[in-house]
Design a binder for this molecule. Structure first.
Ligand code: NOJ
Length: 567
């Protein structure tokens, strides 16, 4: 009964808006025709990708210049971290005009040019929607703080209070109180991030409508999809101390999707730090009523002390990593969709984190790529990951990230030693991912002819795109091949996942199986040689890709060795 009702509803949407949706597939939860299921997305952090005018900041013209490179890699979509107008208190995650481009990055014309040029390279552009908060320099906020009866006042979340006595002791994610006082009106506003990022009031239907109109405006310009920043934090109820997974979240997601995304053939991915598999199944429901997929972070928090913050370092519990990744693969099979990622602009470089950025940098970077790209879901490559770019260790003065700087001062005050704090920054600081893209071995790695806004990693003479693009044994070529394999073999998209050797302390292995093919991926996650425990299972299978040239010895796996077999 329920299914039939849903089917009729969806058919109407299809007829009206979206010829390409395979309705049968959607209804049986197996809609493997959606373009984004075969796609690979590349994330660009525009500030650090390519400068075209020598001001030291990456820009849209710079990205246009590098579209050939991205086409060579084979990716299908670019997730562009925010390029909207912004005072850049949090590198663009503080938007002051959702319908304009920040002059640091270029103009609206440049943006339209990027969308159109990318199309010619078969690449769609996903924009990064920051809908939980705006900048305090957004017109809405400037109006809102003028008076309690200003028409924009209720666009934000306010509570009466006396100076120095905030409504509660809730803390913001980047340190300090979550409440900021505006003396002119005797009220506090709520912010989950910086004071420069006031939270929008989603309970106000006018806010929601303004957001939907803005999204439709971008869709009209030919944008191919959206990433939704901290989207599971929009339904907050500060009086109940609820910031994530609020009671009205599902209602908002469905309305947002119905009013906007469902009117086009888009890829949408919600950033959801609070998602477990049950929630993610709703968010990525194959009926298309919410998003295409979410970013979940269960595996990402593993190497920190329990109950602590990300800065409280702990060794990676390897078996738990396997278990969690397998859990997501299995739980979402045919009733949701995973996004696959190791890196993004908030995370340290994976080769430094769970690989080995010294003697086995190439092997371990490839191993991590093979391991991830064989799974079910849409893979995301973060700029420079395809080159095996590494973490950095700068002096504190050279870091730019507000999160790093605030944490540094907070922890110093709390009595942590400088050494201990720096160790945390080296391991987990967001600027690890934000150093300029390493294009070649010329000055500033070919990123800018001026002074880069943040220091370049000084290993750019060895690690750069120029030396890798034409080298068949490079990390770049490994990624390129993985992107191609996903297009060539349907088993990457629809194969059922099974974790193998669950209790093994060194090997991460799994199989993928559909009606035609069986694939087995075997990875030695560590730097010592170990017995190849799946020799029998893999006998006679074809090696699709590996990170060592000769894979004929079926008795051992060398340090970080990865093999992907198929039959
Ligand atoms: C998540 C983004 O990825 C991060 O970079 C940003 O600082 C926060 N959301 C706040 O927008």
């Amino acid at each position: 009964m329920f299914n039939i009702y849903k089917k009729i509803q969806l058919k109407e949407v299809t007829k009206r808006d979206n010829e390409e949706i395979d309705m049968e597939g959607m209804m049986n939860g197996n809609n493997n025709e959606k373009w984004w299921k075969k796609a690979v997305v590349y994330q660009i952090y525009p500030k650090s990708f390519q400068d075209s005018n020598g001001d030291g900041f990456g820009d849209l013209q710079g990205i246009i210049k590098r579209l050939d490179y991205l086409e060579t890699l084979g990716i299908n979509a670019i997730w562009l971290s925010p390029v909207f107008k912004s005072p850049q208190a949090d590198n663009g995650y503080d938007i002051s005009d959702y319908r304009d481009i920040d002059p640091t990055f270029g103009s609206l014309d440049d943006m339209e040019k990027l969308i159109n040029e990318a199309k010619k390279h078969n690449i769609r552009i996903m924009m990064d929607l920051v809908l939980n908060h705006s900048s305090n320099e957004h017109r809405w906020f400037k109006e809102a703080k003028k008076s309690k009866d200003n028409p924009y006042h209720d666009y934000y979340i306010w509570r009466d209070g006396d100076e120095g006595v905030p409504p509660s002791d809730m803390k913001a994610c980047f340190g300090g109180s979550a409440w900021e006082y505006v003396p002119e009106i005797g009220q506090y506003y709520f912010h989950q991030f910086l004071p420069e990022q006031p939270d929008l009031n989603w309970e106000n239907p006018k806010v929601r409508r303004a957001i939907y109109d803005m999204i439709l405006w971008w869709m009209d310009k030919g944008v191919g999809g959206f990433r939704l920043d901290v989207i599971d934090q929009i339904a907050k109820e500060p009086d109940k101390r609820i910031t994530i997974n609020g009671p009205r979240l599902q209602e908002y997601f469905k309305e947002l999707s119905r009013e906007t995304f469902q009117k086009g053939d888009l890829i949408t991915v919600g950033e959801a730090w609070g998602a477990d598999t049950e929630r993610a199944k709703l968010y990525s429901n194959p009926d298309g009523s919410e998003f295409s997929m979410v970013f979940q972070f269960e595996h990402i928090g593993l190497d920190q002390k329990e109950g602590g913050e990300k800065w409280d370092l702990a060794p990676l519990p390897f078996k738990k990593l396997k278990k969690i990744m397998a859990h997501w693969q299995n739980e979402l099979y045919n009733c949701g969709w995973n996004s696959l990622f190791w890196d993004n602009h908030d995370l340290p470089r994976i080769v430094s984190r769970w690989g080995n950025d010294r003697e086995y940098r190439v092997e371990s970077a490839k191993m991590l790529a093979i391991l991830l790209h064989g799974m079910q879901g849409t893979p995301y490559i973060y700029q420079g990951e395809e080159l095996g770019m590494t973490n950095v260790q700068y002096d504190i003065e050279d870091y730019k990230d507000c999160e790093i700087i605030n944490m540094y001062h907070e922890r110093l005050e709390k009595g942590y030693s400088k050494d201990e704090i720096m160790k945390s920054i080296y391991a987990k600081g967001r600027d690890n991912a934000r150093t300029p893209m390493q294009w070649d071995d010329s000055a500033n790695a070919g990123f800018t002819t001026g002074t880069p806004w943040i220091k370049v990693n000084d290993n750019y003479d060895k690690i750069n795109a120029k030396s890798q693009v034409d080298d068949p044994d490079s990390i770049f070529s490994c990624y390129k091949k993985l992107v191609q394999l996903r297009k060539d073999y349907p088993v990457f998209v629809d194969g059922k996942f099974t974790l193998l050797l669950e209790d093994d302390e060194n090997i991460f292995a799994y199989s993928r199986k559909n009606e035609e093919k069986t694939m087995i991926v075997v990875c030695n996650f560590f730097d010592k040689e170990i017995p190849m425990l799946l020799a029998k299972e893999c006998e006679g299978m074809e090696v699709l890709i590996s990170n060592y040239k000769d894979t004929s010895d079926m008795s051992v796996l060398r340090p970080y060795e990865a093999r992907m077999y198929i039959r």
